[in-house]
Design a protein. Structure first.
Length: 166
């Protein structure tokens, strides 16, 4: 009885709450982005600095928004009927792809900043970010490969059990 209560009431409530929190954070990030652009223009800041900071903030807002969508989709009641692996194969690549885009852009922005400021000694950080992005993409591809084999095996076993109409 307690497990049913958790699955039917508490889990969707927490998922919806987290979804709303992350949507609010994404909206706040977009508002902050617009305010920073306006202040940068009014104060006469360097256009490149405004542009780089805007990209950084927009990518973070997009990643937080994507996280809210994944949480909402992953923990909604309709997903309970679906296999966990199938559900993850649908939502995980999109989210990991967004994170990889955010990380690689962050690394590239850091390379540009450090090269402009002539801080070549600090290039280890963006290189580490870009390498970790590559590792994350490799891990995602391994996950997709391994789960596709599981899905093929599951489908073959279901086809063998299910009588064919003809």
């Amino acid at each position: 009885m307690m497990n049913h209560t958790i699955n039917s009431v508490i889990k969707p409530l927490i998922a919806k709450s987290l979804t709303l929190i992350f949507l609010g954070l994404a909206g706040g990030s977009i508002l902050s982005l617009m305010v920073n652009i306006v202040y940068g223009i009014i104060n006469g800041s360097n256009a490149i600095d405004i542009f780089l900071q805007s990209i950084n903030t927009a990518i973070i807002a997009l990643a937080v928004f994507e996280l809210a969508l994944v949480i909402n989709k992953e923990y909604s009641d309709s997903m309970e009927k679906e296999d966990a692996v199938t559900s993850l194969r649908k939502t995980l690549p999109r989210f990991i792809g967004m994170v990889c885009v955010a990380l690689s852009l962050e690394g590239l922005i850091m390379v540009i900043k450090y090269s402009q400021l002539e801080l070549a000694g600090n290039l280890y950080y963006p290189v580490a970010i870009i390498c970790s992005t590559a590792l994350l993409l490799m891990a995602l591809s391994i996950f997709l490969y391994l789960t596709s084999e599981k899905l093929k095996t599951t489908r073959r076993s279901l086809d063998a059990v299910t009588p064919q109409s003809g």
